[in-house]
Design a protein around this ligand. Structure first.
Ligand code: ASP
Ligand code: MG
Length: 420
């Protein structure tokens, strides 16, 4: 059994969906579960929709954009009969009903999870229908019936026992019989609300299913030749990493390499399920395999990882007192309760600095928890550069040209810089 994952870019328009059909047609003899993301940049649009709703602004304009985008793809793929495509029209109506209910009291994260999953629900309906029309017979599966999570909305944690039970007992039988299409990124809580696994969570979904299905491998189909040692949009010369150990993949993901979601590797590692990252543009290209090498390092070039939109928060004691264990414990519990993700931290005698993703809602919540106790300074619009496996000739000046270094941090296998 194989698990394939197609991300937003691989289903961004009608041609892209046709290409998915082409790839799947080459695997007619295999048992396959296909995990699909929302089309193109739909999740960003869904987030705009959430923001409109939360701030009490009209949602019609964004809804129109959402409908227009998908109807165009449907029309292009399915042709003149596409007006009859009620499955997607029904989802639009369901979503409008959700926007009409008053959920604001449940908080931003809950609201987000009731709205954003429609991106995935719509994309999989379209793709499943189109594939069936092309005689790539398949079944549409609602991932929310299988991926059961905690109620930590927007970063839900998988309830492994329930999920494993449902997938291995129920989903597996279906997938053995027929090609199956399901959504990435989404799940449901024990009380039947929708939940999401965090942005870019579809890779993780693929890994969860693979784990529970005891799949042979997971393949992530991407618009790049495989995992590169840097983002080609940011650096002129990049190298393909043909082989990566699970341990290195976890480290790369931890530092923010966007090719593989941080949580994706763990379930695969536990069952030693290899992960292939392959190009959906060039099916002949070898791509990258992430596989078990124990603790051995197989990556032998420096890897450059950029994280944008970072905020540097420096907390210092109001009376020049040392920052000691009690302070750290207070700061960490505030970070945890606000859900702030720390990318780098450093402490000196009287201050403690954190570099984090600048998620406005969470950062504000955190600052409110600490501002009475500490002097707080924040600097926004920063970039975090991590050089994993740095070498003598890691081209530092070139990349950092024109930028000011606010902080540098070196560990055994990585060199990190905060740039302004
Ligand atoms: N559609 C979601 C996102 O864009 C999940 C994913 O693509 O992995 O974050
Ligand atoms: Mg996406």
């Amino acid at each position: 059994m194989l698990v394939f994952k197609f991300g937003g870019a691989s289903v961004k328009d009608a041609d892209a969906v046709r290409n998915v059909a082409k790839i799947l047609s080459e695997y007619q003899d295999d048992q396959i579960l296909v995990v699909v993301s929302a089309m193109g940049k739909t999740t960003n649009l869904m987030e705009t929709l959430v923001n409109q709703y939360i701030t009490g602004k009209p949602t019609t304009h964004v809804m129109d954009q959402l409908k227009e985008f998908h109807r165009t793809i449907i029309h292009d793929l399915i042709g003149p009969d596409s007006n009859q495509f009620y499955e997607v029209e029904n989802l639009f109506i369901e979503l409008e009903c959700a926007l009409d209910t008053d959920m604001i009291g449940r908080g931003y994260d809950f609201v987000y999870d009731q709205i954003v999953p429609y991106g995935e629900l719509i994309s999989t309906r379209i793709i499943s229908h189109y594939l069936n029309q092309q005689n790539i017979t398949n079944r549409w599966l609602d991932a929310r019936n299988f991926i059961v999570t905690s109620s930590d909305h927007r970063r839900a944690r998988v309830n492994w026992d329930t999920t494993n039970n449902l997938i291995s007992k129920r989903a597996k039988r279906l997938i053995e019989k027929q090609l199956t299409i399901t959504q990435g990124f989404i799940g449901r809580t024990a009380d039947n609300a929708s939940s999401t696994l965090g942005r870019e969570g579809s890779d993780y979904t693929a890994a969860i299913f693979a784990y529970c299905l005891e799949a042979e491998s997971v393949t992530i189909w991407k618009d790049v030749p495989g995992v590169m040692n840097a983002d080609p949009k940011r650096m002129e010369k990049t190298d393909l990493l043909p082989d990566i150990s699970f341990k290195e993949a976890i480290e790369l993901a931890y530092y923010g390499a966007s090719v593989i979601h941080p949580k994706t590797i763990q379930p695969l590692l536990k069952k030693k399920i290899s992960l292939y990252v392959r190009s959906f543009v060039d099916m002949q290209a070898p791509g990258t395999v992430v596989q078990d090498h124990g603790l051995k390092d197989v990556v032998n070039v420096p890897c450059y990882i950029f994280k944008d939109d970072q905020v540097l928060i420096s907390l210092s004691s109001k009376d020049f007192a040392f920052i000691v264990e009690d302070n750290l414990s207070h700061i960490f519990s505030a970070l945890a309760s606000a859900g702030v993700q720390i990318n780098l931290m450093q402490n000196t005698a009287i201050s403690f600095s954190i570099c984090a993703n600048n998620d406005a809602v969470r950062i504000e919540k955190f600052l409110n928890l600490v501002k009475d106790t500490y002097l707080v300074e924040t600097i926004e619009d920063l970039q975090l550069l991590t050089i994993f496996n740095p070498s003598e000739d890691s081209d530092l000046p070139g990349i950092t040209k024109g930028k000011q270094q606010l902080l540098a941090h070196r560990t055994e296998n990585a060199y990190q810089l905060i740039l302004q």
